[in-house]
Design a protein around this ligand. Structure first.
Ligand SMILES: *[C@@H]1O[C@H](CO)[C@@H](O)[C@H](O)[C@H]1NC(C)=O
Ligand SMILES: *[C@@H]1O[C@H](CO)[C@@H](O)[C@H](O)[C@H]1NC(C)=O
Ligand SMILES: *[C@@H]1O[C@H](CO)[C@@H](O)[C@H](O)[C@H]1NC(C)=O
Length: 396
């Protein structure tokens, strides 16, 4: 197999499932009392205690359809190693055909290695995991889940690809619904089969429905394909809690949350830390505690500098005075107006909910109709800036 490093490959960001990762690897956590459920925005265990999933990827979707590393170490040692590193969960990958092709599922581990000419792996497997070498591939997969369960490790079953093998290339036929190996009906059948197989297995806490969808069909669909490449890239300021973006109806109204499709095109200057509306002089500014954020044209002072603070890098923070305390961008829940407030949940209080203060500066290539509105005003500001603000600043 010789592919042990894949064992620790990172979780693909664009998988169809959102997986909550804690930002730091903690000491081994007490085992969650399964099953899990949700309580408002939290994942909790049966006792109502909050559970954070810290998952590591374990690949079992490659050509041999056997969890990687089992020729090198006993299953139980690997499970224990995972726990000792502070993880409480494994994202265990599987190829669709393991669930839809009986003759593949019934192939034994030994046969599967032999078919690939991996004689050395058979020898290693025989030494390290003799009890499963003559099991079928599907039963070896279950043995991995069960060993993880014995060690209180939760499992997310991840349908990674259809045909066993490395994911992903543009031409693997597994990238998008309707591709050569991606028949949506078969996919649903496979997901159903896996869900039924593990229905009674308490440590299986979730399924990720499909690993990163990829080219070429998806590209034309989401509009980042060749036709769109001429489109100008800009940023939008996204508010994950509501799924909306910072948005301004007119110059006279305060900034509010609104649909991302109508959002202004922003740009973030990583040196000066300013957030400006593209093609204008307007920058985002903090006006005071619990006051609406505003747009200004003199963008050099501390109220115009926005830094991503906290472990999550999701708080957008500014300072009201150069040496003052930080304030964070927030949303007034009743009016949806963007305000600045004391930053919350920067300590490690497990039950503190920072959601309203989470923002993410995201790339977008969607054309923005609102920006054009500002071009008109911008010439007015050009005039003001050149003819009045300049002299005000000079005389100050
Ligand atoms: C594979 O195994 C299952 C059950 O283990 C059995 O029902 C099925 O007939 C087998 N299929 C083949 C092709 O051997
Ligand atoms: C099912 O699996 C067998 C054994 O790996 C393989 O030979 C066959 O081509 C597969 N069938 C399909 C339809 O993928
Ligand atoms: C966003 O765009 C910038 C500039 O084009 C690029 O460097 C960066 O990698 C992009 N970020 C993401 C997450 O795509």
């Amino acid at each position: 197999m010789g592919r042990f490093p894949h064992f620790f490959s990172l979780l693909p960001i664009f998988s169809l499932t959102v997986i909550f990762l804690s930002t730091t690897i903690a000491l081994p956590q007490p085992a969650a009392a399964l099953p899990l459920s949700t309580d408002s925005r939290w994942i909790v265990d049966e006792t109502g205690r909050r559970v954070k999933l810290s998952c590591v990827n374990w690949a079992s979707h490659l050509d041999a359809v056997v969890a990687e590393g089992l020729s090198k170490q006993p299953i139980d040692s690997i499970s224990k190693k995972i726990v000792s590193m502070g993880f409480n969960c494994v994202r265990l990958t599987w190829p669709l055909f393991l669930a839809t092709n009986d003759s593949l599922a019934n192939t034994t581990v030994r046969q599967s290695f032999r078919n690939l000419g991996l004689i050395e792996s058979i020898a290693g497997f025989q030494v390290n995991n003799p009890s499963i070498i003559d099991h079928s591939l599907i039963s070896a997969f279950q043995a991995v889940v069960s060993s993880l369960g014995d060690n209180n490790v939760m499992v997310i079953l991840d349908n990674h690809i259809s045909k066993p093998g490395w994911c992903c290339s543009k031409f693997d036929g597994s990238g998008f619904f309707g591709d050569q190996y991606f028949n949506p009906d078969l996919w649903i059948k496979g997901l159903t089969m896996m869900a039924s197989l593990f229905k009674g297995t308490p440590n299986v806490v979730g399924m990720s429905l499909r690993n990163e969808l990829h080219a070429p069909k998806k590209m034309s669909m989401i509009g980042t394909g060749p036709a769109q490449q001429g489109a100008k890239q800009h940023k939008v300021i996204f508010h994950p809690l509501t799924g909306q973006c910072i948005h301004r109806k007119s110059l006279l109204e305060p900034l509010k949350l609104g649909p991302c499709t109508d959002s202004e095109a922003w740009s973030y200057n990583t040196q000066q830390k300013t957030l400006t509306i593209k093609g204008t002089y307007f920058c985002l500014q903090a006006a005071g505690l619990n006051k609406p954020a505003k747009l200004g044209v003199i963008c050099s002072d501390s109220t115009s500098k926005w830094e991503l603070i906290s472990d999550s890098k999701m708080h957008l923070s500014s300072k009201l005075t150069t040496d003052g305390a930080a304030v964070c961008l927030d949303v007034d829940p009743s009016s949806n107006i963007i305000i600045t407030n004391n930053c919350k949940c920067l300590n490690r209080d497990n039950m503190c909910d920072p959601g309203s203060q989470w923002f993410k500066i995201v790339n977008s290539t969607r054309s923005s109709s609102v920006t054009t509105l500002f071009f008109g005003f911008n010439s007015v500001f050009d005039f003001l800036r050149n003819n009045m603000l300049g002299s005000l600043v000079d005389s100050a």
